[in-house]
Design a protein around this ligand. Sequence first.
Ligand SMILES: [Zn+2]
Length: 369
Amino acid sequence: MSVLTQDLFRRLTETPGGPGDEGAVRDLIAGAIHPHVDELSIDRMGNLIALKRGTGDSDLRVAVAAHMDEVVLFVTQIDKDGLLHVARSGGVNARTLLGKTVQVGPDRLPGVISIRPPHMRKSADEAETVPDIDDLVIDIGAADDKAAKAKVKIGQRIAFQTPFRLLSVEAEFDPEAPLPAQGRISGKAFDDRIGCAALIELLGGEAYPFDLYGVFTVQEEIGLRGALAAGYHLQPDVVIILEGTVCADLPGPPGEPQYPTTRLGAGPALTQRDRSLVVHPPMLQHLLRTAEANGIPYQFKHPNIGGTDGAGFAFLRGIPVGIVSTPCRYIHSPVAIADLSDFHNVVALVRASLPGLDNVTGVRKSRKD
Ligand SMILES: [Zn+2]
């Protein structure tokens, strides 16, 4: 039975959780996986660590990780007109922000992203340019600073307010049903709640030969900080990272060569190298062989783009890492689109890859005795 219902996926994506503010997402995940794991703990940074005990056939320590945080804005000032000035927490794409709806602070106060009026009156050119983040304000409908300050505090996070939707899916939304096998979905924070959702599925099944640590990390978007701490204290022999990754596959200017980062619907995206890490080559080979042996489609992510918690796990203790991602169009914006077949194939590929990890070169060498 699938742990991941459509309603759980909806709540996973709609719940706000900026870097350092992952509590609501963590509570939701902990509640969902609690019946399916043997131990749940939260470390001092806020990483949620689930232990699913194995059958005892292998003493390998395996971690699968996904980050809970999403890119957000945060309040830097409240001006005399009651507008909130903001800065970024993580790589928010400023081109995508004007006119979008947001939720501010723990009370999830509704607001709209606007631009300071003087900028709208400048030259025609200005109307065409990408607004600087410093020119954007959040309008929460407050009449003045006094009204705004009664509801909002400096430093509070501002997450996008985006409903989860089934797009090209035959069936209607059914809260208790598993995610449909086919079709496309839209929502916010697919980077990396779609990885969290895959990890929830992996924790829900039968026991693996070894103890599996499901690590839901914090603060990935501002520098892989949760993963650094979790890798250091957990000391796994091997880590698989589940991500929602960049998918720039829309057609460009005619006649120009197209180099999509990944393609929607073409299967799990395997990272060979990104800006932060060269993936452990035997792990990559293991993932490839497993995909081919099981008839699971896969694609390579365009090299040298982005970075993941994989680097956080690998840096301190040299832990071998593999990275498997669901392609998501428009990540780091208020709404992303993903293909459900990619998501299910990510779960299938990682589930099939886990039992063979014992035989992957280098995995056991990292063991601390
Ligand atoms: Zn991510």
